[in-house]
Design a protein around this ligand. Structure first.
Ligand code: NAD
Length: 387
């Protein structure tokens, strides 16, 4: 039942776009892709700068002939190799996701892409068409869907244990952009506050998308309309750094989403609360091995990862016994393990295997519709805006 060592097959050959020296999430992908032994990184276009790409490749022990100056060159060259890559991980700033994902899908590779799926809604819609018209797998790394207790929460909602959902409260609060990015000297901050690179949303694309994806994943609710109030608190900042949104879902459920990068004291404060007719659930990613289940009129129950009552959906993606903490890297690795299962099945001409769950390009499109509606609503002083 545990997630480790699922396959006796050889590792899937992986390429990477982005994730060079000094980058953040590329290194996380490299760790996550190795945890279950399903992938081997063999090529990369690691940087916008060809020299830096080669230097990064050397540090990672990549064959110098497979350290590329551009991702287009990598797609072209790797397609022609007998031992070429089979899948690519795209871990660049947002504005490059579309071109890279398109290039690799069209060259016949599976794609594992960072969120937000693209910087523009129309690109996301086009990418969805390209992906669904190909026989390749598209995985969007909304990694928080990989936590065992998030899987358990989703299963409880699906099984009707909460009854009809009435209220959803989602938030993702951080503090690292409390001051102007120019003063942080951060590579990560620089592109995130630039609309040319980040897209129409600042905190919206960066973290509200995670909160939105998480609430959608757990509740299965479809968002119908938003009323949003987006703010750029830091003087001169061109993108939102604090977002409030009221949410109306199909079927009548209501929600609120708060995302902030200017809330001092908050690190990666992603939190979800879901309330139905029969009970509530509360989960927070900084303490991901615990889930509160509060059946109405009964004592609260603390469900722990691997502990009593954590169901089969959680057990499937649980690696070690309860009480030994699992966290961000294991959750991320679960996305890679699900990706591997889907990729191996696709290569046999089969669909996604039973029980295998991962966010895909359609979830990316949904999040882009959410971002677009929030921006439109906020410009109209918070008017209710349909998706
Ligand atoms: P970063 O600035 O640290 O790294 C970006 C990397 O892309 C750098 O190595 C840069 O040189 C490289 N790059 C830029 N242009 C390139 C090009 N043309 N070809 C090849 N490489 C190029 O950014 P980051 O914080 O790692 O974020 C990268 C992406 O990951 C973003 O889309 C972000 O939204 C996403 N992200 C997701 C999570 C998560 O939890 N899932 C966390 C952080 C970031």
């Amino acid at each position: 039942s545990a997630a480790q060592g699922t396959s006796a097959a050889r590792p899937i050959r992986l390429g990477m776009v982005g994730g060079g020296q000094g980058a953040f999430i590329g290194a996380v992908h490299r760790i996550a892709s190795r945890i279950d032994g399903e992938f081997q990184l063999v090529a990369g276009a690691f940087s916008s700068d060809a020299e830096r790409s080669r230097a990064s490749a050397a540090e990672l022990g990549i064959d110098p002939s497979r350290a590329y100056g551009t991702f287009a060159e990598m797609a072209e060259q790797e397609r022609g190799r007998e031992d070429g890559i089979e899948a690519v991980a795209i871990v660049t700033p947002n504005h490059l996701h579309f071109a890279a994902a398109k290039a690799f899908l069209e060259a016949g590779f599976h794609v594992i892409c960072e969120k937000p799926v693209t910087a523009k809604l129309e690109d996301a819609v086009e990418l969805e068409k390209i992906a669904s018209g190909s026989a390749k797998v598209f995985v969007l790394t909304h990694n928080y869907t990989g936590y065992p207790l998030v899987r358990h929460a989703r299963a409880m909602v699906e099984a009707g244990e909460l009854g009809a959902i009435r209220v959803v409260q989602a938030e993702y609060a951080q503090d690292w952009l409390t001051e102007a990015a120019e003063h942080t000297g951060s590579k990560q901050a620089e592109w995130r506050v630039d609309p040319e690179k980040a897209g129409a949303g600042g905190a919206l694309g960066d973290i509200a998308t995670h909160a939105f994806n998480l609430l959608s994943f757990v509740t299965g609710l479809e968002l119908e309309a938003v009323a949003a109030d987006l703010t750029s608190f830091v003087p001169g900042r061109r993108l939102d750094d604090n977002d409030h949104a009221l949410l109306r879902f199909a079927g009548g459920a209501k929600g609120m989403l708060w995302a902030s990068q200017v809330a001092p004291g908050n690190e990666n404060g992603l939190r979800l609360r879901v309330y139905g007719e029969k009970g509530g659930l509360e989960w927070a990613q900084e303490n991901p091995n615990q889930l509160w289940w509060t059946p109405f009129g009964k004592p609260k129950q603390l469900v722990t990862r691997g502990g009593a009552g954590a169901g089969p959906e959680a057990a499937r993606v649980t690696r070690i016994p309860p009480g030994h903490p699992e966290g961000y890297l294991e959750g991320f690795a679960t996305i890679y393990r699900e990706a591997a299962a889907a990729i191996r099945a696709a290569d046999r001409g089969e669909g996604v295997p039973d029980g295998v769950v991962f966010p895909s390009v359609s979830d990316g499109v949904r999040a882009m519709r959410f971002i677009t509606a929030c921006v439109e609503s906020s410009k109209a002083d918070g008017r209710w805006t349909k998706l």
